[in-house]
Each structure stands twice: as C-alpha cells, then as structure tokens.
Write a protein that binds this ligand. Structure first.
Ligand SMILES: *Cc1c(COP(=O)(O)O)cnc(C)c1O
Length: 385
C-alpha cells in the first residue's frame, strides 16, 4: 500500500467529480428553468420543499437563501428578542452564534463533548438562566447531538430548540431525521455541504403548522399576502435553478451518505493499525443513537513527543500537504475566542473541550467519489511522516 500511492494527490473535495455523474440531467433541468421564465420561489422550489419534507419525514420544509438566513429566520419565528439568551456551542461555524447576535440576543457558549465534538447536555444545563429562551444545537460533522437529553432539558426549562443541520442532511437519530426532532431544523446547501447546490441555498423544517406559516412569512418580508406586511421579515428566497439541482441530488443523497460511511470504515480500520512514534490518532466516536454521515471525517492528533498537540497536528498537516494530500482544520479558533465575541468575556478555561478540539482536530478528505486507493494514499501520508 505504499509505492503505488506515493505520488497520488488527494483533494479535500472534488465538486466536478460529482457533477459529472449527473451532468446531463442537471444541465437539462437548468435549461428548462431558464426557458420557463420562472426564476424564484416557483414550481421547482415547491416540489423540492415537498420532496425534502418527505425524505426527512417531517411536515414542512421551507426553502431560503442560505443556512445562515435559515438560523436567523428560525430565531425570529421563535420570537427571540433582545436581552434573551440563546445557548450555542463554541466549536462550530460562526454562523450559528452570529444569527443569535443578529437577532439582538446574546449567545451563551456551552462546551462540547470532546469525543463527539457536539454540545454537551450537561454543559447546557449549567448555562441555563432566567433569561435563556432557546438552544441551538449543531449536528457537527454529520453526527446527531444527544437529542433525548437536550429535548428533556428544553421541556423542563420551557426552552425552544433549533437544530443547525447544515452538516447533517440525512443523518438519523433513533429513526428520526436530524433537524426534525426539535422546533425548527435549519440546513445549508452551500457547495461544500453533503447536499449542495451550485451557489447558495438553505432550508428550514418544522412539524408545526404555526411555525411553518411564520417561517414562510418572515422569509418574504413578513408578508403572506403580497404588499401587506404583518411583521419584520427578510428577503431570503431559494431560486428555481438551485431547487431544480437539489431535486436531482436529493435522489442520490442516501447512497452518497452511505458511501461516506464506507470510506470512514476504511479510515477507521487503517488508523486502528497505525502506530507512529510521534503521534497517536483518535478516530471519530459514534454514539449508538445516531448514525454518522461523515460530512467530515475528523480525527484528533495526540502528540507523543515534547511538542504540543497543536504543533504536532500542524506539522502532520504540512507534511501531508507536501505530499499533495489536502486536509483542513474545522475549526482552528473557537467562537468565544474570536475577535467578535471576545467582549463577552469567556476564558479558554471556561470551555476546555472546545479549546482542545481546536488544537487537535484534523479533517481528512471524504466525499463519495473517492476510491479506496485515495484513502490508502492519505493513510500512507501518515505512515510516511
Ligand atoms: C455552513 C454552515 C452554516 C451556514 O450556512 P451558509 O449556507 O453558508 O450560510 C451554518 N452552520 C453550520 C454548522 C455550517 O456548517
């Protein structure tokens, strides 16, 4: 497994490889939209909303412009107001907390579980105050949070829950789709996500008829009857070209997700046999209640030398890069330590697991179009370090 993979380059993602498989169908669908003269919130959006809701087994799906808007619209629909506190994890993409700030409320950071990288229900409970109104959980990397514990807390303290499902389209938690368990699920179809379009796109899901109406209204300038505006809203539309592409990809998402799982198994097996003198590798931990669609395959690098984990991880990353193996650090800086959130006054010792994750995590190439020899080339890169 060494010589024949030595010069193979592996990219972090290859969007063209996926495109080639569905090229004829996608191009025809796009031409059809262009010729139809119907470009935003038209028949393809309605059909995609219906098909996505069926796939996820939820009552309503509402398309919007992107995953960040989906979070913001969800907060408005749940009546989150200035002075309210919303509990979020600090180890996620910035959009999760940013939406809270945009809604005028205060993000309160609760630490993650270092094994799953997801928000820790015990840490959530510690952060609940009389001002807490909601929790946003993030199904990071494609594995669901511990929703039973989180929903029990929400019921006990009368809190709303939003599931940021931007990285987990098709993930299940005890036979329910991630994003459909709490009040509102939010999704992103940005090109790097496991279900993606050819630009920006997003969606919200809910089982509540009332929230469905609110979300649709807020998406369209607070209006349900054109030119009559009941409340403050935004302009956040999904366009027809993106919806037409998503409808085609939706037919493949289950098998694409399954393929990610197969590739992850190959990584898991190889890493269980890898014994390097300078570092150890901790492969992703799975909880029994959730599957894992491996939107990212994230390992933790543990130093075995006097160098720190961060230094060792960065050296390994550089060495892999030198061999044309792309990797990425999602995320190098926790949100409480970002310049925008420093004024909230968190210290690193308040959120130790998030800090440890930023220091040790390394995300490896994983997308359905990779084959076994690509995975071997990545593993070879570790062996040769
Ligand atoms: C990508 C992402 C978002 C934002 O989605 P956009 O479509 O880029 O606005 C929000 N939360 C998480 C966890 C994400 O990964």
């Amino acid at each position: 497994m060494s010589s024949n993979t030595a010069n193979k380059s592996v990219s972090l993602l290859d969007l063209k490889a996926q495109y080639k498989q569905i090229q004829t169908e996608v191009e025809q669908a796009v031409i059809d939209v262009l010729r139809s003269g119907y470009y935003v919130l038209g028949p393809n959006v309605h059909a995609f909303e219906k098909e996505a809701a069926e796939f996820l087994n939820t009552k309503h799906a509402i398309g919007c412009a992107n995953g960040s808007d989906a979070l913001y619209i969800a907060l408005l629909a749940l009546d989150i107001k200035p002075e309210d506190e919303v509990i979020v994890p600090p180890f996620t993409y910035v959009a999760t907390a940013e939406a809270v700030t945009q809604a005028g409320a205060k993000p309160v950071f609760a630490d993650i579980n270092l094994d799953t990288f997801n928000i820790d229900p015990k840490e959530i409970e510690k952060k609940i105050t009389t001002k807490t109104k909601a929790i946003i959980v993030v199904h990071l990397y494609g594995q669901a949070c511990q929703m039973d514990e989180i929903m029990a807390l929400a019921r006990k303290h009368n809190l709303k829950v939003i599931e940021d499902t931007a990285q987990a389209f098709g993930t299940t938690y005890q036979n329910q789709s991630a994003g459909t368990i709490a009040d509102i699920g939010t999704y992103s179809f940005y090109p790097t996500k496991n279900l993606s379009c050819a630009g920006d796109g997003g969606m919200m899901t809910t089982n509540s008829d009332e929230l469905n109406e609110r979300l649709r209204k807020i998406r369209a300038h607070g209006s349900s009857v054109r030119y009559y505006h009941d409340e403050l809203g935004v302009n956040s539309r999904l366009d027809e070209i993106q919806a037409a592409i998503l409808r085609i990809k939706l037919k493949h998402i289950a098998s694409w997700n399954a393929r990610r799982g197969e590739l992850a198994e190959i990584y898991n097996k190889a890493f269980s046999e890898l014994d390097h003198k300078d570092f150890g590798i901790i492969t992703p931990t799975k909880i029994p209640e959730s599957n894992h669609i491996y939107h990212q395959y994230s390992i933790k690098i543990k130093s075995k030398t006097s160098k720190s984990d961060r230094e060792t991880r960065d050296l390994v990353k550089d060495a892999l890069k030198h061999r044309s193996i792309a990797t990425e650090i999602y995320y190098p800086l926790a949100l409480h330590a970002q310049n925008i959130y420093k004024p909230l006054g968190y210290k690193d010792i308040d959120l130790p697991n998030s800090i440890k994750a930023t220091e040790s995590v390394l995300c490896l190439p994983i997308y359905p179009e990779l084959d076994e020899s690509d995975i071997e080339a990545v593993i070879d890169g570790f062996n040769q370090y």
